[in-house]
Design a protein around this ligand. Structure first.
Ligand SMILES: Cc1cc2nc3c(=O)[nH]c(=O)nc-3n(C[C@H](O)[C@H](O)[C@H](O)COP(=O)(O)O)c2cc1C
Length: 171
């Protein structure tokens, strides 16, 4: 079976922790994990199925490694690739920028040809605005709030992994 490439960026380790949990739940043998800090873009070629994860910082900015990588990311041809996204943010502290990175990265992937799976309901969140909310009531990917709702993280991640499995992430 073809492996999934999971590319994450994390400034203080929260997104990294969620990335590791997702990998464990999918079966570590099925997933290659990459810290975006260490990639140049060529790594994406080997994968038809991708999971992209990042936190949002400084009023709607991409996590620092994703921010540095963003111009390269925009050049990646995503046609034929299936992409699932997850992000971390703080819905109360940054209520008008909650998990913006998911929307920023996701829209680029979609424009470059990716099929997006793993869209997630906004039910249970209290943000005011989010670039991840690409349709009213729907985030483009899983949004996790470790700052305010860490008690929900495990359940959200488990449910999302089941969802992306049912949407064909394992092929
Ligand atoms: C200075 C600062 C700015 C932040 N800006 C945002 C933001 O604009 N939007 C958001 O959703 N979360 C924001 N956050 C919350 C982080 O995304 C959140 O704490 C996340 O879990 C960090 O994940 P990481 O450790 O993987 O980088 C901010 C946090 C800090 C400390």
């Amino acid at each position: 079976m073809a492996k999934i490439g999971l590319f994450y960026g994390s400034d203080t380790g929260c997104t990294e922790g969620v990335a590791n949990t997702i990998s464990e739940l999918l079966g570590e043998e099925n997933v290659d994990l990459f810290d975006v800090y260490d990639v140049d873009g060529s790594e994406f070629d080997g994968y038809q199925t991708l999971i992209l994860g990042l936190s949002t910082w400084h009023d709607g900015q991409l996590q620092s490694a994703w921010d540095d990588f963003f111009n390269n990311f925009k050049e990646i041809d995503m046609s034929g690739k299936t992409v699932a996204l997850f992000g971390l943010g703080d819905q109360y502290g940054y209520s008008t920028y909650f998990c913006d990175g998911v929307g920023i990265i996701g829209l680029v992937a979609e424009e470059n040809g990716a099929k997006i799976i793993g869209k997630w309901s906004t039910e249970g969140y209290e943000h005011d605005e989010s670039k991840a909310e690409v349709e009213p009531g729907t985030f483009m990917g899983l949004c996790i709030d470790e700052d305010n709702q860490d008690e929900l993280t495990e359940e959200r991640v488990q449910k999302w992994v089941e969802q992306i499995k049912s949407e064909g992430i394992l092929g």
